[in-house]
Design a protein around this ligand. Structure first.
Ligand code: WT7
Length: 631
């Protein structure tokens, strides 16, 4: 697999050059110089990063590496909430807005830094009162409301380990996560709002705590009126619990290596993995990347559209921005409710300056057309960012033109639940190459290698690996260290991301997709994302998913599922046209042998297409655990 196989011209790649003022004003400055400085003295680099947060007691070593286990900032003592809250209140940000929240119908809640600190302390005291101690696990299963953030920070305040479960998961998935984590308390709400409808969260929790003997209490945020009834044996009211508690709670002194949270992520086996992140390294990693990658400045109004229930929300809605004393906008909204102009209206009305979203959302907006974004004034925007899957060149260009108005840099950030923080991107101010995430950030060493761990030549593809430990890396998989070790032992003692990537001649890295989504056709490796990108670049196509289906001669052949843009009708003629289009863009080996027009695609709740489900259905196999499915 080479750059050419992926329809990326080797000669004269197209770059987008941001205005030089971006680089001049960026925190990173000269990326190459910054990276070089890191290479010259990695220890000193991380020492400087770690000095940007406050430690109750200094660390005496930067890092210990006992393959495959790393410890960072050894014997350092801190509390991440002191860094997210107290420090800012003390240093002049007491009345700065920490969180703007907007509900679906336009209702608002605002928390300044001092208000957020008080709320967190109250809830922290409440948790203590109901018996939560340092090290206990607390499951947070809530909609996107400010109290979700309060609950997370309150756990961190007292050293309890939060396990946030995305509010869209169902009973089985929630039960599995509560049981695996052994959560003592579940924090939830009566309802979450979606497209004007109230979804009953509490009734899901009621079922999910059956056969979960670790659970001693369920704390319920009651939003609906009249208030939903509580079952007195187990359920407690969120607000009442807080009300009588003092607004001061001394932060627990945490060791750098104490766990901060665990977060479940889906694995190839179907059982989710509880990824463990720790207090010190995670704080340093997210503070650093939020500042330097998203380039947040004092007066930015920052919006990341992720739900705090995912890692993006943990790192770049909650911890990273608050560590930096930023103003964060959060909203419980869907991108097309009440209409597909809502996000652009929000950007206009709140004066959002840094906007971080996902390719799947961008493609949805492409599909409905720019007449929606054109209605609003988006001139407050300064920087755009993307995460979650490859940002295909068509989506890049649409985002750049119609949202960024040919002005805002796009930082396409590659990272994972496991990495905790950004790993690869194109730093603000650097030339951007559509289709390519970019380069490792200073502090991160990556390569693209073959199965044996040998680096591939520039212009070729292989497995994306991380060569050096980094502070925000996962420490283990909860109660399953064997699965942790696999990350480091699959390929020659480096961290395998399970992603395929192409190393460009210019040093930029194109992430193609999960290794498990690779299709091998007649001995050629074909990235599903690449074929999909080709299909999506056709005028008639809104979205596409491709899978491999067994072929007695070629090993596999490609089947494509295609959603058409409104106004286009599926016909044999169009199928032929699409196959020709893929042949011309990606190459003959990538031509789908079969195309099916569909109205929707199975996706995870974070918007990733579940090719596994398509494949299973196609081959008449058991679907296994599809708890992460939206459709
Ligand atoms: C996988 C991790 C990290 C936050 C959201 C998802 C894919 C993520 C990119 C990107 C191409 C990307 C990878 C990765 N991915 N960001 N910018 N370009 N692919 O977290 O659920 O742990 O998924 O998402 O395949 O391995 P996650």
């Amino acid at each position: 697999m080479t750059e050419q196989d992926f329809a990326v011209p080797l000669e004269a790649p197209r770059y987008y050059e941001p205005d030089p003022s971006y680089r001049e004003r960026s925190w990173i400055g000269d990326y190459r110089a910054a990276y070089q400085k890191y290479l010259e003295d990695p220890g000193e680099f991380w020492r400087t990063r770690a000095a940007e947060i406050e430690w109750f007691e200094p660390f005496d070593r930067i890092m210990d590496w006992d393959f495959p286990y790393a410890k960072w900032f050894l014997s350092g003592k801190l509390n991440i909430t002191h860094n997210c809250l107290d420090r800012h209140v003390r240093d002049g940000r007491a009345n700065k807005v920490a969180v703007f929240w907007r509900g679906e119908e336009g209702e608002e809640k605002v928390y300044t830094y001092s208000q957020l600190l008080r709320a967190v302390c109250r809830f922290a005291n409440a948790l203590k009162k109901i018996g939560v101690r340092k090290g206990d696990r607390v499951c947070i299963y809530m909609p996107v409301v400010p109290e979700q953030i309060v609950a997370m920070l309150a756990c961190a305040r007292i050293g309890a380990v939060h396990s946030v479960v995305f509010g869209g998961f169902g009973v089985g998935a929630l039960n599995q996560r509560i049981r695996d984590s052994g959560s003592k308390v579940v924090v939830t709400a009566d309802v979450s709002m979606r497209r004007g409808k109230a979804i009953q969260l509490k009734s899901i929790v009621e079922e999910a705590v059956v056969n979960a003997p670790s659970v001693e209490a369920v704390v319920v945020l009651r939003r609906d009126r009249p208030k939903v009834e509580l079952h007195s044996e187990m359920e407690l009211d969120f607000d009442e619990l807080m009300e009588n508690e003092p607004a001061v709670c001394e932060p627990e002194v945490m060791d750098a290596e104490d766990p901060l949270f665990l977060l479940y992520t889906s694995g190839t086996t179907g059982t989710p993995k509880g990824i463990i992140h720790t207090c010190g390294g995670y704080a340093v990693g997210t503070q650093y990347t939020t500042k330097y990658v998203l380039d947040l400045k004092e007066d930015d109004v920052y919006w990341c559209t992720a739900d705090p229930g995912w890692i993006t929300g943990h790192s770049y809605v909650v911890y990273g921005p608050l560590l930096n004393g930023s103003t964060v906008f959060v909203t419980e909204t869907t991108p097309d409710y009440p209409d597909p102009g809502i996000w652009w209206k929000i950007i206009q009305n709140y004066g959002i300056t840094v906007f971080y979203t996902a390719p799947t959302a961008i493609r949805m907006f492409m599909r409905v057309g720019e007449q929606w974004s054109d209605r609003y004034d988006l001139s407050s925007l300064r920087i755009l960012a993307s995460v979650g899957e490859p940002l295909n060149p068509e989506a890049f260009e649409w985002f750049y033109r119609h949202i960024g108005k040919d002005r805002c840099p796009i930082v396409d950030t590659w990272w994972q639940t496991e990495t905790g923080m950004h790993m690869i991107t194109t730093m603000v101010g650097e030339p951007m190459r559509p289709g390519f995430a970019g380069r490792p950030i200073p502090g991160v060493v990556v390569d693209v290698v073959d199965r044996d761990g040998n680096p591939v030549e520039p212009g070729n593809g292989g497995y994306l690996v991380l060569l050096e430990p980094w502070p925000a890396m996962l420490r283990t998989v909860y109660k399953n260290d064997e699965r942790y070790r696999k990350y480091w032992t699959t390929i020659n003692r480096v961290y395998t991301a399970t992603d395929l990537a192409v190393k460009g001649h210019d040093g930029n890295i194109m992430v193609i997709g999960r290794a498990d989504d690779l299709i091998i056709v007649a001995g050629h490796n074909i990235g599903t994302a690449e074929v999909e990108s080709a299909l999506v670049s056709h005028d008639a196509v809104a979205e596409a998913a491709v899978i491999g289906i067994p072929d007695p001669v070629k090993g596999n052949q490609i089947k494509a599922f295609v959603i058409l843009i409104e106004g286009h009708a599926g016909s044999d003629r169009l199928k032929a046209d699409l196959r020709y289009h893929v042949r011309m863009t990606v190459g003959p080996i990538a031509m789908p042998s079969e195309i099916e027009f569909v109205d929707s695609l199975p996706k995870t709740r974070s918007g990733k297409i579940m090719r596994r489900v398509l494949r299973a259905k196609e081959l008449g196999m058991d679907l296994g655990d599809v708890s992460t499915l939206e459709d």
